[in-house]
Design a protein. Structure first.
Length: 681
């Protein structure tokens, strides 16, 4: 449990939900009132629920409201005692203070800061930091503005200790020096906020200068004045500020908190709950061979100490399936359980826990044959967990593959989980995975979903090819839909937005559902899935689902030639015949085409799919028709194509050629809409 309520709040302020932040601001502003208030009274003052207050106290590291209130009372009492010892009253140094009072106030502030730091510091981490610095061949210290003065002061202290050190307060000189470091050196970055761009960039260059050297050493990380978390794969010490009676630190002591985190050069990593200059830079890596999924990082305890502490002893649920593998190609939940973690309940999406059920088949509850844990189906009688399911849980882990298309149901199962957990006061931890289609927004394709189309293939407005990871989607929805849930995302180390599953990753491709057997299929899927909305076969049950389009009324040669004449970028078509075993034209011989991806960067799958349908309407106007389907409970009465495309009257519009121009599928406002939620560069 934290020794200081104020410090604990400041350390985690950036991680809190808007509701929790409102409570935090009140506690910081009115600490004495909080000490004198019941949890109900505090909830009323902050205009939040009692459950939100309870969740806030856990978020800042306390077992409950009584623990936090007792710690705050002790802190205020200690502060008052210190003020009496130094013969000062509450308040900052003012122009009306005489010299003696000013000296006493500064002495009180400095002494209190040092005492609080001494109480909180992790001595084992401090000792390891000292060893790193002592053994370094050379020490570079980066600082800017007031942090630059601290860097110069540290340089002098290290010189007096007989160490080779240089403070680099000029940005360009810092970058040049950082590029010359190797695994024998130490880089120390000093930043009050942890977000100073110049400091972040210097630390990145230092980390990447010898990215393959001493890979067993801890990864460098920019020090943050808001979050000092010894033990979470970084090393750091820092100074703290004393607490005034009104809960504010004394301005006389508002020198920057200067946590100093020395690390061997060898690669930059920002922890998932500590953003640097831009959140998209947090998981960047130049080395493709060191990609680690969210589940990988969890298994090797590569998480902030706060999250590890939350998980230890927690009642844990998990939304996952057999197709969510680790980088070692083991089932994520099996490896998690094998590491000694306790799972209390599992949740399964469409296709079931084993991923084998056909599309649209309702799944019942079961007992997991891998872990022996009960499984609640979220694709059956209900699409979200019940309050009874969540009542016995403290946190739900989400580890699901995705294909980067709006109508893939796994992400919407996640959306229901987020809302249900918010209502139940249960935290959510998303173990992120790469988007196999990449994350470049110039490749995003609409149209944006009309939210009247409500279904499990689309609830909220977004493009068909959206370019986000499942973790980024969770962050976006929590922010934009005002979902009051404690959400954390364990990001993927080493993934970049331009990376796709095409190429090297194809060798390790695991179908995320039964009819996506290859990365090339997944790339075509955002467009060819639209064929499900009309009376043609998209090849389910064949060896090439979603790569073929066919029907008994199609002439393969004519259709292939017409597609070739369109000169669609990144794709070609060949005549192809097949006999589907399920859905439209099951058991009938179909003629059509098989699609080949010729340029994974140039292809626009949604535009390709739209043009295939409009071409079919042009060639076979009397044969092509729209499918109908009985909606699931709670869904709109829109047709399947309208739900997939996200537009009312989609069949007629596509058939009439209104979407033939690829610019009609552009989503220029989408990048700005999600910018705050991005985790990768």
């Amino acid at each position: 449990m934290p020794n200081s309520v104020v410090t604990a709040i400041h350390q985690r302020l950036s991680e809190l939900t808007p509701t929790e932040r409102r409570i935090a601001e009140y506690v910081l502003a009115e600490p004495q009132a909080v000490v004198e208030s019941s949890i109900t009274r505090l909830a009323e003052e902050c205009e939040v629920s009692v459950a939100s207050v309870a969740r806030f106290t856990r978020s800042v590291g306390f077992g409950g409201y009584p623990d936090m209130r007792l710690a705050l009372a002790t802190e205020l009492s200690r502060s008052a005692s210190d003020q009496e010892r130094f013969q000062v009253s509450a308040g900052d140094v003012s122009r009306y203070d005489d010299v003696a009072t000013t000296v006493r106030k500064i002495a009180f502030a400095e002494a209190a800061a040092i005492e609080r730091t001494a109480r909180q510091i992790d001595l084992d981490e401090l000792e390891r930091c000292v060893a790193e610095v002592r053994d370094a061949r050379r020490i570079d210290i980066y600082g800017a503005a007031s942090s630059g003065l601290a860097a110069q002061d540290l340089e002098q202290k290290l010189h007096r200790a007989g160490l080779v050190a240089q403070a680099r307060t000029d940005h360009h000189l810092a970058l040049t020096g950082a590029a010359l470091l190797d695994g024998r050196d130490v880089a120390i970055a000093i930043s009050h906020s942890g977000r100073t761009l110049e400091i972040v960039q210097a630390a990145q260059v230092a980390g990447e200068s010898r990215g393959d050297h001493d890979r067993h050493h801890e990864q460098p990380e920019v020090a943050s004045g808001q979050s000092v978390r010894p033990g979470a794969r970084h090393r750091g010490v820092g100074v703290d500020l004393p607490l005034r009676r009104d809960g504010e630190p004394h301005r006389a002591a508002r020198h920057p908190r200067l946590p100093v985190h020395p690390h061997r050069a060898g690669g930059l990593r920002h922890d998932l709950d500590e953003p640097a200059a831009h959140p998209r830079r947090r998981h960047h890596s130049q080395n493709r061979l060191t990609m680690h999924l969210g589940i990988d990082r969890l298994l090797r305890h590569d998480l902030p100490a706060r999250l590890l502490k939350t998980l230890r002893g927690a009642r844990i649920g998990m939304l996952t399936n057999d197709l969510a593998l680790t980088s070692h190609l083991t089932r994520g939940r099996a490896s998690f359980a094998a590491e000694g973690w306790s799972l209390d309940l599992l949740f399964g999406p469409e296709h079931g826990m084993d991923g084998r059920a056909r599309e649209g088949d309702l799944i019942g509850d079961a007992l997991d044959r891998v872990t022996g844990v009960p499984v609640r189906s979220l694709y059956g009688d209900a699409v979200r967990p019940s309050p009874e399911d969540l009542a016995g849980l403290d946190i739900v882990l989400v580890d699901l593959p995705d294909v980067g298309a709006r109508f893939y149901t796994y992400v919407w199962t996640l959306s229901h989980m987020l809302e249900a957990c918010a209502e139940a006061g249960v935290a959510v931890l998303v173990l992120d995975r790469p988007n196999p289609l990449g994350g470049l927004f110039e490749q995003a394709e609409g149209p944006m979903l009309d939210e009247a189309a409500q279904s499990l293939v689309g609830r909220w407005s977004m493009p068909i090819r959206h370019g986000l990871t499942i973790g980024e989607l969770a962050r976006h929805w929590v922010r934009t839909r005002s979902i009051d849930v404690a959400l954390d995302v364990v990001g993927v180390d080493g993934w970049r937005r331009e990376d796709t599953a095409i190429g090297r990753e194809e060798l390790r491709w695991t179908p995320p559902s039964p009819n996506l057997p290859s990365a090339a299929t997944a790339l075509l899927y955002p467009g060819t899935c639209l064929a499900e909305g009309v009376n043609v076969s998209e090849g389910r049950s064949t060896a090439v689902p979603f790569r073929v389009i066919g029907a008994p009324f199609i002439d393969a040669e004519d259709f292939a030639q017409a597609i070739t004449a369109l000169e669609l970028p990144g794709v070609s078509a060949s005549p192809y015949g097949f006999t589907p075993l399920v859905r439209d034209h099951a058991g009938e011989q179909c003629e059509g085409v098989i699609l080949h991806v010729t340029d994974a960067t140039a292809i626009r799958p949604v535009h390709t799919g739209v043009r295939l349908l409009s071409l079919l309407a042009e060639l076979y106007p009397d044969s092509l028709s729209e499918r109908s389907l009985v909606p699931m409970p709670g869904e709109s009465d829109w047709t399947p194509l309208e739900k997939l495309f996200g537009v009312r009257g989609a069949f007629r519009q596509i058939a009439d050629g209104r979407w033939n121009d690829s610019t009609t599928l552009a989503v220029p406002d989408w990048p700005a809409a999600v910018d705050a939620d991005l985790l990768y560069a």
